[in-house]
Every structure is written in structure tokens, then in C-alpha cells.
Design a protein around this ligand. Structure first.
Ligand SMILES: CC(C)(C)CCc1c(C(=O)O)[nH]c(=O)[nH]c1=O
Length: 309
């Protein structure tokens, strides 16, 4: 069975890749992704300069997913730019995740990426922090509009955005209206972790992670329905853009759901963290089996074709 597909004109061997932040901080992790069955890959969201991130424990596995408050640990944008320069783009596309601490940092980084003439595709992480006391950029719609206008004029090529989850139809409408005003926003990745969850260990009567009094982003099975809704909401509202699905994927069935909901590529985060890069081979087998049972030869036959009742 053929799992090949296309994304912004680039061929992919499979509609699968890592979620930014997982298995993509340092070169040996990135090399493992490059060698894996993933059809594409993305770097850890980077800042202008290297960051240690938050004190540990900062990630914890939960019964149905994970909680994390990593604090943007990364090697700094030039490290990933070096990686991008030596990446084999014939092997698979590379996405370059950017999460500047300020708008200026974001503009500086995309300017450097542009000057490097790298084929890597930029994914702007809109969960990046805003001015203290204000909501993350993805939840501050004025700031969202400003950052997209600024990056659109600073960066001459198509780029994408990684969105936090939304939970109100009015928010889907409002964010899509903003995104649709920027032709250069060629793709939308839904979703980032569900922010500021909390899990408790009843034996020690404590939280599970050290940063932020135990508050952290939730990933894994818990977020699948929210991820599918955000993928389908933006798929319906942004017909000119491609959607990358992320959230709650650990089986071929979950991949099939994201593709039906409108995703062109499906990212794997928590399950990749737990299982390692061999997960991509397993997901391909499971997806191929589902397609075979249903008589589908190509992804395009069912991609985005979710039926309502
Ligand atoms: C949450 C931020 C630290 C502002 C951005 C980086 C990030 C992190 C992180 O580095 O803590 N974790 C996530 O689940 N999603 C993210 O986008």
C-alpha cells in the first residue's frame, strides 16, 4: 500500500512526523528522526540563544498521556540552522520551529533563516510567551494579528503556525478570519498541548512536576477529541491552507481520524516520547491495514472527507 502524499508540493513517503519538542532537541535525536520511517520532521522550538529550560522534574507520564513544563530548553536558533544546512531534503522535508521570547527575536530568527536559503519550512510556535501578565500569543488575538503581519513582511516565503487548542466556535471563527488575511500562512498545525493542566500523586499528596507549582501542558490520549476538533475546524475555515494534525495520536486509527478530519500530515508527540522513533514504522503498518480493509489505495481518497450525520 502506498502511504506517499504531498505537502506544499513536496513529496512525503508517509503522512507522519514528530511533534515539535519531542525527540528533536539535539543532533543525535534529529539524526534518528531523519533515519526513521517518519515522512517529515521538525526541530524543537528555538529561541535566539540557548536555554536550559525549567528545573526537573518537568515532564511526567500520565495514565492517558503526559504533562510538561519544559520551559523551552533548546540549543539556540543557530544550532538548528546548522542542522538545517546539512539536512538531506531528498530524504524527507524538515520543518523549523521558532518560538521567540519577543516579536523582535522572532523577526531576527526568521531573517537569519531567510538569509540561509534553507529549504526548511518555518513553523511559528504561537504558544510563545507574550508580555508578562498577558495570555500567550495564540490567545491574544491582537498580538496574533501583529505577529503575522510582521513576519509576513519580514519573511518572503510561505510559513506555518502552531496553534494552541481553542474550545469556543467563536474563537475558531475569529482566529481563522485572522489567519485567512495572510496568504503567506500556508499551513496551520493544530494543536499544541492543552495548557496549564495539573495532575496529582495521592500517595505523596504532591504535584508531579516542579515548575509552575505543577501546572503544565497536557498531551496524549486526553487531547485527541480537542485535537480532531481543531484540525477539522480550521480545515473547514481555511480552504486555501494545509492543516497538520497533532494531538492524541498513538495508533493507526488515530492517524486515520486526523487525516479524515482534514490533516495532510499527522504529528506524534507523547507517544513518540514514550515509544521512540520505531513508532513511525508501527503507525505506517496500522494505517496501511486500515486502508486495505476499507479498500483505499491512496490517502487522497479519504483525506478531509469526514462525513457529518
Ligand atoms: C510553552 C512554551 C515554553 C512557551 C513554548 C514551548 C512548549 C513547551 C515547553 O518547552 O515547555 N511545551 C509544550 O508542550 N509546548 C510548547 O509549545
Amino acid at each position: 500500500l502506498d502511504l506517499s502524499t504531498f505537502f506544499l508540493g513536496r513529496p512525503l513517503a508517509a503522512p507522519l512526523m514528530n511533534a515539535s519538542g519531542v525527540w528533536c532537541n539535539v543532533t543525535n535525536q534529529l539524526n534518528a528522526l531523519a533515519k526513521s520511517e517518519a515522512g517529515a520532521m521538525v526541530t524543537k522550538s528555538c529561541t535566539l540563544v540557548r536555554r536550559d529550560g525549567n528545573p526537573e522534574p518537568r515532564y511526567h507520564t500520565l495514565s492517558m498521556g503526559s504533562i510538561n513544563s519544559m520551559g523551552l530548553p533548546n540549543e539556540g536558533h543557530l544550532y538548528y540552522l546548522d542542522y538545517a544546512q546539512q539536512h538531506d531534503y531528498e530524504n524527507k522535508p524538515l520543518f523549523f520551529s521558532v518560538a521567540g521570547l519577543t516579536l523582535d527575536d522572532n523577526l531576527t530568527m526568521v531573517a537569519q533563516i531567510q538569509d540561509a536559503y534553507t529549504p526548511a519550512m518555518v513553523e511559528i510556535n504561537l504558544s510563545c510567551p507574550n508580555v508578562p501578565g498577558k495570555a500567550q500569543i495564540g490567545y491574544d488575538f491582537e498580538a496574533l494579528d501583529v505577529i503575522l503581519a510582521e513576519i509576513s513582511s519580514a519573511y518572503a516565503r510561505p510559513f506555518g503556525v502552531k496553534l494552541p487548542p481553542y474550545f469556543d466556535i467563536a474563537h475558531f471563527d475569529e482566529v481563522a478570519e485572522i489567519l485567512n488575511r495572510y496568504d503567506k500562512v500556508a499551513f496551520v498545525t493544530c494543536i499544541n498541548s492543552i495548557g496549564n493542566g495539573l495532575m496529582i500523586d495521592i500517595n505523596s499528596e504532591t504535584v508531579l512536576i516542579k515548575p509552575k507549582q505543577g501546572f503544565g501542558g497536557i498531551g496524549g490520549e486526553y487531547v485527541l477529541p480537542t485535537a480532531l476538533a481543531n484540525v477539522n475546524a480550521f480545515y473547514r475555515r481555511c480552504p486555501e491552507k494545509s492543516i497538520i494534525g497533532c494531538g492524541g495520536v498513538s495508533t493507526g486509527e488515530h492517524v486515520f481520524m486526523h487525516l479524515l478530519a482534514g490533516a495532510s500530515i499527522v504529528q506524534v508527540g507523547t507517544a513518540l516520547y514514550e515509544e521512540g522513533v520505531d513508532i513511525f514504522a508501527r503507525l505506517k503498518i496500522e494505517l496501511a491495514r486500515i486502508m486495505q480493509q476499507k479498500g483505499y489505495q491512496k490517502i487522497e481518497e479519504y483525506q478531509g472527507k469526514l462525513k457529518t450525520i
